[in-house]
Design a protein around this ligand. Structure first.
Ligand SMILES: NC(=O)c1ccc[n+]([C@@H]2O[C@H](COP(=O)([O-])OP(=O)(O)OC[C@H]3O[C@@H](n4cnc5c(N)ncnc54)[C@H](O)[C@@H]3O)[C@@H](O)[C@H]2O)c1
Length: 401
């Protein structure tokens, strides 16, 4: 089958690499730099080996393209484009809309169209299908389905093969064709009764994480005020073999999923007349963590950061990936700067960020660890400044959150 992936980022390229073992895969992306690199067999995504891309190209099973004409003749089209928030933190479906236009204008026959991008319940039924029908000149009877993506970039133990995958089509035929496709590379498929259930489940998975992270971040603040070690408390609670799941405090949430997806659920709830109070409060607690941390650092350092050289260590949103989307490091840098600090950052995995290069891990008055990559030695972090504040719990000997 000819499978066309719209978007070759974290999700699209991961699926491409697995699907190319069984199908003819074309990875379509609007970014010519990514496409040129992929066609040389160079992966830009952690967890997708360049070797796998090279092998798929060599076997004639994979190519990347910016040419929308390549969409023609596809049996299956998988949409894997960004679904961010707009300036008012509301769902922004402009990338989905642009993907629908490309599909509608270029498909030359009926196809199975699957959405893997995260969005609110009703997206495939009430948004994607009508948009493709609106933009099409020819009236093909496409099949529509949803299979939300659960990839966790950089993770070794779970991948496309062993992570259970939810799916549902708008019609029984769409459902069975979707099962047939994913069963070629995924061992555990979970059919649900409607696309809306799959879409809602995906949003809830990430909302569950966001709310629980906010809860432990609140506990970190309570524990500090009471003079109790929050991590020891969490370890202690974690000895209960049932009814408890451990989350860890941090500088906040980052990436394209946890800070974003819950707002999709809150928005759809609001439109249905329900106020998503937990989600809103969790957002506030997590977004306020950088200010809380900057305040703690100032308090420990004579109540003023004016003119102090502060080094933020680790600006990626999580360890061992280069992804800085929605990173809490950004809000922390703002909060420290507002208190008069002269802020630089160090992150060898990210390298370049906002047009500036990673600074040396040395010579600061204060260092604050947001993300601890395996490649960065704790001893070097402790040597980088006389005062080190650690939000990760991994740098022993530093002041802990
Ligand atoms: N990153 C994750 O860990 C993850 C996990 C699960 C679900 N998701 C969801 O998957 C979707 C994609 O996320 P991602 O992390 O892969 O994003 P990404 O930014 O890594 O990749 C998206 C790619 O789509 C391309 N693109 C944008 N509009 C396009 C268009 N109209 N046609 C072709 N290409 C286009 C971009 O150039 C980019 O390369 C989002 O809805 C996200 O919420 C992401």
């Amino acid at each position: 089958m000819k499978v066309l992936l719209i978007g070759q980022g974290y999700v699209g390229l991961t699926i491409s690499a697995f699907a190319a073992k069984h199908h003819q895969v074309v990875g379509f992306d609007l970014n010519p730099t990514i496409v040129a690199q992929l066609n040389k067999g160079i992966s830009h995504i952690e967890g997708v080996a360049s070797e796998d891309i090279k092998q798929a190209i060599y076997a004639g099973n994979y190519k990347a393209t910016t040419d929308a004409g390549e969409i023609a003749g596809s049996n299956i089209v998988v949409i894997a484009v960004p679904t961010p928030l707009d300036a008012d933190r509301k769902p922004d479906l402009t990338y989905i809309d642009s993907a629908c236009k490309l599909i509608a204008k270029n498909l030359t026959g009926p196809a199975l169209i699957i959405n893997e991008s995260t969005s609110f319940p009703g997206t495939i039924r009430n948004y994607i299908k009508p948009a493709i029908e609106k933009y099409s000149n020819q009236k093909f009877e496409h099949l529509y389905a949803i299979s939300p993506e659960r990839v966790d970039p950089g993770r070794q133990d779970f991948n496309q093969k062993n992570t259970p995958r939810l799916y549902a089509g708008l019609t029984p035929e769409a459902t069975s064709r979707t099962r047939e496709f994913y069963s070629t590379f995924c061992d555990n498929l979970v059919e649900v009764s409607s696309p809306e259930v799959a879409e809602a489940a995906k949003l809830f998975e990430n909302t569950f994480r966001q709310v629980n992270i906010a809860l432990v971040n609140e506990l970190a603040q309570i524990s500090h005020a009471l003079g109790i070690d929050v991590r020891e408390t969490l370890d202690a609670a974690g000895t209960k073999p049932y009814g408890f799941m451990k989350f860890s405090p941090s500088a906040g949430v980052g990436g394209h999923c946890i800070p974003v997806d819950p707002s999709y659920l809150a928005d759809v709830a609001e439109n249905a007349g329900v106020e998503a109070t937990f989600i809103k409060r969790a957002n506030e607690v997590n977004l306020d963590m950088p200010k809380y941390i900057a305040g703690r650092i100032a308090k420990d350092n004579g109540r003023s950061l004016k003119g102090k050289k502060v080094l933020v260590v680790g600006v990626a949103y999580k360890p061992n990936v280069a992804d800085t989307r929605e990173t809490p490091a950004e809000l922390l840098i703002d909060a420290l700067t507002d208190l008069g600090a002269v802020v630089t950052w160090n992150d060898p995995v990210v390298g370049t960020w906002h047009g500036s290069e990673s600074s040396p891990l040395a010579g600061a008055d204060i260092a604050v660890v947001v993300t601890k990559h395996d490649a960065v030695d704790s001893k070097d972090i402790l040597k980088s400044a006389p005062y080190v504040f650690d939000t990760t719990g991994k740098v022993k000997g530093a002041v802990q959150l």
